[in-house]
Design a protein around this ligand. Structure first.
Ligand code: SF4
Length: 345
């Protein structure tokens, strides 16, 4: 819900200021799906709000649940007809994270990514970004399988469609809303932003949200390959990325997550692992870097996931070089809801 619009409405209609807090609590924290449910408001006000203000700025188009019940993907139709996707993931029993989109499509066009293949349409508004989280709060509350008092909806990751740092002003405002105790009330540490390497926004990110998490979608540790698969590298190459990460670590001393998807015979050789280790060890304070290896989720285009054996060998090679590394299980690939698979269709 657009909180600014709600505030304007309250002011314009001379509604007592304390009503604002009641409405915010009911909609954002309690995830009421309708103003009509807010029993401490006068009936007349509930009716007017219901008519004047949309709680969600999109229609729910489709919801898909993965076979293992650990990933749920929602396709959402925005008011202008554009489609976006958002995914709710359970990395461990009883704990859920939302992976949210920041743009319709993406201009960076990484060759392995379904979003990138579809091109860029527009930035999402602050309301369209935060409402994906609101939608999941409502879903968790209403879905019979997920209804559980002990369930923790803890983390928000900006890792869906789009490059968050290319819509930074809106993403920044959306994080402020997510951590506002009067609105969503998430902890700073529960927010993660993943960038393909738009380095010029990293400083503002760390100054604005010193406790939030930064993830880098690296995938290649040599400029030639990175240029071929990720055109962001032509603008911000590995040297610039290294400098930005060093500055980030010097300022925040927070761990940085390095995401590396493994594609068969593209970036999964021993030489690739050694290049990655060299790149990371060239960064001051490299002990604060944590590599997540993810087997590629195929979207066609002749790119395939590395085998489990190759993935393990890649991990072993990194470990031998002293790199902290984990193989991450990709959730939601059977519903095309895993990393790189969101296409908005
Ligand atoms: S991987 Fe991220 S940055 Fe690259 S095209 Fe996909 S959404 Fe954009």
């Amino acid at each position: 819900m657009d909180d600014g619009k709600l505030k304007d409405f309250i002011l314009k209609n001379k509604i007592p200021a304390y009503r604002l807090g009641q409405i915010q609590k009911a909609i954002f924290l309690e995830a009421q799906p309708s103003f009509l449910n807010i029993s401490n408001l006068p009936l007349e006000l509930r009716n007017v709000l219901e008519k004047e203000i949309a709680i969600l700025p999109f229609e729910i188009n489709t919801i898909l649940v993965s076979k293992d019940n650990r990933a749920i993907k929602a396709l959402l139709t925005l008011k202008d007809g554009n489609l976006i996707e958002t995914v709710l993931i359970s990395p461990k029993p009883g704990v859920w994270s939302a992976c949210i989109s920041s743009q319709v499509g993406c201009a960076l066009g990484c060759l392995f990514c379904a979003t990138g293949r579809g091109g860029f349409k527009r930035n999402l508004t602050v309301d369209e970004i935060t409402s994906q989280v609101l939608f999941w709060r409502q879903y968790i509350k209403s879905d019979l399988k997920l209804k559980d008092e002990n369930l923790k909806f803890e983390n928000i990751v900006y890792m869906g469609m789009g490059e968050p740092f290319l819509n930074w002003e809106n993403v920044k405002k959306s994080i402020h809303e997510l951590i506002d105790p009067k609105l969503f009330g998430f902890r700073n540490r529960s927010i993660s932003v993943s960038t393909a390497g738009v380095v010029d926004k990293i400083e503002d990110f760390s100054r604005s949200f010193p406790q939030a998490n930064l993830a880098i979608s690296l995938h290649f540790a040599d400029n030639a390959k990175r240029n071929e698969f990720m055109k962001v590298n032509k603008l911000h190459d590995l040297d610039k990325l290294k400098e930005a990460l060093q500055n980030y670590l010097a300022r925040s001393n927070r761990r940085i997550f390095i995401e590396y998807i493994l594609m068969d015979r593209v970036n999964d050789s021993r030489e690739d692992a050694l290049k990655l280790a060299r790149f990371l060890k060239g960064i001051n304070n490299d002990k604060m870097l944590h590599v997540n290896l993810i087997r590629y989720n195929s979207i066609g285009f002749g790119l395939n996931p590395s085998s489990p054996e190759t993935t393990q060998k890649f991990k072993d090679a990194l470990k031998k070089e002293g790199v902290t590394v984990t193989i991450r299980k990709s959730l939601g690939s059977d519903i095309s809801g895993a990393c790189g698979q969101l296409a908005g269709e």
